[in-house]
Design a protein around this ligand. Structure first.
Ligand code: PLP
Length: 278
């Protein structure tokens, strides 16, 4: 696949991208991003991703340098130029480049970057499920903004890998919030439970799709916090996200969830999700 980047409004080769050492993304993680899924060459759930992008930009007080319509067109052109069929588009804006100083710089324009990555659907993990490790959620109180500040997420992911797991389930004093790069849902007595979409979790686009599919299938849903103990005693658990889709969680901290394989509600939602792609 060619590697054409969209950088500050131009389509250029990756090698020609020049990041300033004064970029505030580099100093402060002062920026935002989105990861879009591409199926059959088309952006999946574009509108929901753009809504979140705008909400985050407003929250961080970064004025996007293009309209959403223009960004969408440019991303579609980027997908075409790269010949991407199945994969992701990563899009990032930083506040701009200026000598290091905390106040917002005067007159610095946001720095924009986007690129494509080929990525097949995670069919093997979706079939067999993943093992997760619980890790304290040490993030700030605006986890609903999709910012570049991902150090707690990367630390949690590495802690899970070091412990022999596949991913980290984050909790605040025993209340499960989400995972290092996905949302989590459990099933207890036929009802799906998931943390409410407040300031403590990212409002996942896939989370929204899956909740809509559950309601369409008349599966009861409660958006309420649940505990690590409720997770360990759940009938089913699964994570949702742009790259993981609907992936079962079959072990947590070495304990099997129910029978230790994907349950019927998870399988139903996987099928319903797959139908939204076709
Ligand atoms: N939660 C976190 C912390 C994430 O980083 C992500 C995705 O990157 C998600 C949840 C899932 O969001 P989405 O379904 O929009 O990919």
């Amino acid at each position: 696949m060619p590697s054409v980047y969209w950088y500050n409004g131009e389509f250029i080769a990756k090698e020609d991208v020049r990041i300033s050492p004064d970029d505030r993304g580099y100093y402060f993680g002062d920026g935002l991003y989105e990861v879009f899924r591409v199926y059959a060459g088309r952006i999946y759930e574009a509108e929901a991703h753009f809504e979140r992008l705008v909400r985050t930009a407003d929250g961080l007080r970064i004025a996007l340098p293009y309209t959403i319509e223009a960004i969408q067109q440019l991303l579609e052109e980027l997908i075409g130029r790269n010949g991407l069929q199945e994969g992701t588009v990563y899009l990032q804006f930083t506040r701009g480049a200026a000598p290091r100083s905390h106040p917002f710089p005067q007159g610095a324009a946001p720095v924009t970057m986007a690129y494509c990555t080929e990525l097949p659907r995670p069919l093997a993990a979706m079939e067999r499920g993943i093992a997760a490790v619980t890790v304290p959620d040490i993030r700030w109180l605006r986890c609903d903004f999709k910012t570049l500040n991902l150090l707690p997420n990367t630390l949690a992911k590495q802690q899970a890998l070091d412990a022999g797991g596949d991913d980290a389930i984050l909790h605040r004093s025993g209340t499960v919030t989400e995972c290092s790069a996905s949302n989590i849902m459990i099933v207890r007595g036929g009802t799906i439970l998931t943390h409410p979409a407040d300031n403590l979790i990212l409002h996942g686009v896939t989370r929204g799709v899956v909740l809509r599919l559950a309601r369409e299938a008349a599966i009861p849903v409660e958006e309420r916090p649940f505990t690590v103990d409720e997770l360990l005693g759940a009938d089913e658990a699964f994570i949702t996200g742009t790259t993981v889709e609907v992936t079962p969680v079959v072990r947590v901290d070495g304990h099997a969830i129910a029978a230790g394989d994907a349950g019927p509600v998870t399988r139903r939602l996987q099928e319903a999700f797959a139908a939204t792609i076709r």
